[in-house]
Design a protein around this ligand. Structure first.
Ligand SMILES: [Zn+2]
Length: 240
């Protein structure tokens, strides 16, 4: 989100990796000298009550700041948990008209005074990111997947959607022609929310969610980790 001009608090670099490459990626970073987690089960990254999914593997970039969860984490996430609708991730650079991916150095990204990084310097290693439109789409999908679930992640996806409407939309970075047409009414409701009844947001989200369920395109919600035993009993298969 930072590259899109959203003045968000970064929690450090977060990489989405093909599922089968999570462990090779972890070992590669380990061999390169990145400091692994030394906190075990006490690490805040692994405890319950997280507001967003926890990484499969992570590093503490600045171990002396281990209690500062906002600034020092390099996380690796499985693609299937976050980007299940997208094609396989590839090493080749995205084409200029790729609807899914672009580079963090892409000059189309906004150089905004509001915050965010804008385009990264082109001399850095090329980092692939989602296009703003596809990022919007994934946040809608994740919100629908986790909506009101005990994992409590829907508030996180909701916040991201609000940021997109506030900071990304004004830069014309959302291409409606590239957005899944089933999501268009919801998106248009989001950006016009100030002129609509407050319940419009939930109503449109419910319609999208129902349609995804009918089309059998919504996976089970993300699991809940490390909850109290009595709550775990009620949540059954969603608890890990
Ligand atoms: Zn840790």
């Amino acid at each position: 989100m930072w590259t899109f001009g959203i003045p968000t608090v970064s929690s450090g670099p977060q990489f989405i990796v093909p599922d089968h490459l999570i462990q090779p990626a972890y070992r590669t970073l380990l061999a390169a000298g990145f400091p692994p987690c030394q906190e075990g089960g006490n690490c805040l990254q692994l405890r319950g009550n997280r507001s967003s999914p926890r990484p499969e593997e992570h590093f503490h970039l600045y171990p002396e700041l281990v209690d500062d969860v906002h600034t020092d984490i390099l996380g690796l996430y499985k693609k299937s948990n976050l980007l299940w609708t997208l094609p396989d991730l590839e090493l080749k650079l995205p084409a200029a008209d790729d609807p899914n991916f672009m580079l963090a150095s892409d000059e189309r990204l906004p150089k905004t005074p509001d915050g965010g990084s804008g385009p990264w310097p082109s001399f850095l290693h090329p980092v692939r990111i989602l296009t703003p439109t596809r990022f919007l789409e994934t946040q809608i999908l994740l919100h629908c997947r986790d909506y009101l679930h005990a994992n409590c992640y829907s508030a996180h996806w909701n916040a991201n959607l609000t940021y997109i409407a506030e900071y990304v939309k004004p830069h014309n970075l959302i291409k409606e022609e590239d957005l899944d047409p089933r999501f268009l009414p919801f998106w248009r409701t989001m950006v016009d929310l100030n002129n609509l009844p407050p319940q419009s947001f939930k109503e449109e989200l419910s319609k999208v969610r129902q349609k995804l369920i009918e089309d059998n395109e919504l996976p089970p919600p993300a699991p809940v980790y490390n909850v109290e035993p009595d709550v775990a009993q009620k949540l059954g298969p969603y608890v890990t």
